[in-house]
Every structure is written in structure tokens, then in C-alpha cells.
Unconditional design. Structure first.
Length: 260
């Protein structure tokens, strides 16, 4: 056994942080940051069962149109998200979809709109320990394409905006300044969040699939609308839409795999 392989001999055991074991979670797992949003996922799937809740990691498992699906919270940021992906991979998970919140940089994007990211600009410390500086964090093409198809269909039905592009994945929630925002806009960065770089990178390193769909919490081009107090009702609605995009994306992706 390689002493530096943290997964060696660990795949058939109860996982240290998540408290899950093989058979507890589905091949497809939705990854919100907040444990409370795992309960929202439970509202969208059939026969949800609580699997585990330890630290920031909460897991439920159920099904969507007959396809086994789980939800596991990652906590905030790439360090805790990386633990979630590593331990879920250890027990057999093969497909990860981040379902989160994100701030936009493109004028006209509204709170509650939906963002699908094809890649992430790595501004975190976690992936810097795993890959070289120039290594890209890229979502799986086919899983992302299925999310886009689902998002297009649901956006026409429900009226939310759908945007596709590259995000920035950073460690510091309160670090944005006017200059940083302008620089991101110059680079045509669609949005910023805190977990996808780790999710994309680790999934790739382990030969697995990852994608991301987020609801817009606010837009940096409209700073007067940024408010961290009280309920963000548009964002809450966006979470429900993002979950449905993820689930419908899984259905479409699975159907193509089965050739139907």
C-alpha cells in the first residue's frame, strides 16, 4: 500500500468525515454547500432517507424518476468540498453536480437566475496543492450538456434567466473590490463561488464526472442590491430551480447513456 495514498484501503469503510459507507449513496450526488439545502433536495426526490449528518456534511438518498440520487452538503469553500468529493468517491460515487449559490458579474443577470459553469478559474488554495498552477478546472462536457438542455427547457417553462460560462472559484467571501470586479468583467468571468474548482479538479483526477448549476444570489454590477441580511426570496426560488435543473439533467444524461 502506498503510504501517501489517502484512499488506499479506505473504499469499503465508513468515511471519516461524512459518516457514509458503500451502499449509502447513489452514483449521482447533488452537492449544495449548506446542510439545510440538503433538505430542499429531499423535497424534490422520491422516498428520501436521511443517511448521515456529521459536522457540515449532511446526506440524504432517494430517487428521481427511478434513478437513485443523493444529496450531500459540502460546507463552505474548497477545503471542505474536497473532503466531501474524496470520501464520496471512496464509496463509489461517480457523478457530482454542485447545486449552489453564486454572485454574477454580467449586467442584466437577476437574483434567482440560473448559471451553469463549464470551467472554473482556480483562485483557491486547495487545488494548488493537488495540481500545477496552469492546470484547468473543467466540468465534464457531457454531464454539463445535459444540464444545459434541462436548463433551457425549464427556463422556457418557468421564466428564469439561464447563463453559461466560466466562473471564478475563490476562498475569501468578502474579498471583492471595485478593481477586482472590473478585472473579472474584463476577463468575461460569468460569476464567482467557492467550491467548484475543487469539485471539478478532484473529479477529474479520480476519473469521475462533475458539473455545476448555481442560483444567483446577487449581481456585483448592481451593488445597491447586495444585502446579506434577511431572506433572499429570489435566491430561494433559484435554489429550487437549480435542483430541478440538476435532476432533469441527470434524467437526460442517463437516458442518453442507455440509448433511449
Amino acid at each position: 500500500m502506498d503510504l501517501f495514498d489517502n484512499t488506499a484501503g479506505n473504499a469499503d469503510k465508513m468515511q471519516y468525515h461524512l459518516r457514509v459507507k458503500p451502499g449509502d449513496v447513489a452514483d449521482y450526488v447533488l452537492l449544495p454547500g449548506d446542510p439545510g439545502r440538503v433538505l430542499l433536495i429531499a423535497e424534490h426526490i422520491d422516498e428520501p432517507k436521511d443517511v448521515a449528518y456529521h459536522r457540515e456534511y449532511r446526506t440524504v438518498t432517494g430517487a428521481y424518476q427511478g434513478i437513485p440520487v443523493s444529496g450531500t452538503s459540502t460546507g463552505i469553500g474548497c477545503p471542505s468540498a474536497s473532503i466531501a468529493v474524496e470520501e464520496l468517491a471512496n464509496v463509489g460515487v461517480s457523478h457530482f453536480i454542485r447545486v449552489g449559490s453564486s454572485a454574477a458579474f454580467v449586467p442584466g443577470i437577476r437574483k434567482g437566475d440560473i448559471l451553469i459553469n463549464v470551467a472554473s478559474k482556480r483562485e483557491d488554495g486547495t487545488t494548488a496543492t493537488l495540481v500545477d498552477d496552469g492546470f484547468p478546472a473543467v466540468a465534464d462536457h457531457f454531464l454539463t450538456a445535459a444540464l444545459i438542455e434541462a436548463g433551457q427547457a425549464l427556463s422556457q417553462e418557468r421564466g428564469f434567466g439561464l447563463y453559461i460560462g466560466i466562473n471564478a472559484s475563490a476562498d475569501a467571501f468578502y474579498a471583492e473590490t471595485e478593481d477586482r470586479v472590473k478585472n473579472r468583467m474584463r476577463q468575461r468571468i460569468l460569476n464567482i463561488e467557492m467550491e467548484s474548482a475543487a469539485i471539478f479538479t478532484i473529479a477529474h483526477l479520480r476519473g469521475l464526472k462533475a458539473a455545476s448549476v448555481c442560483a444567483v444570489s446577487y449581481n456585483y454590477t448592481a451593488p445597491e442590491e447586495i444585502d446579506y441580511t434577511g431572506a433572499n426570496e429570489a435566491l430561494i426560488g433559484g435554489w429550487h430551480n437549480a435542483i430541478d435543473v440538476a435532476l432533469e439533467g441527470i434524467r437526460r444524461y442517463e437516458a442518453k447513456k442507455q440509448g433511449s
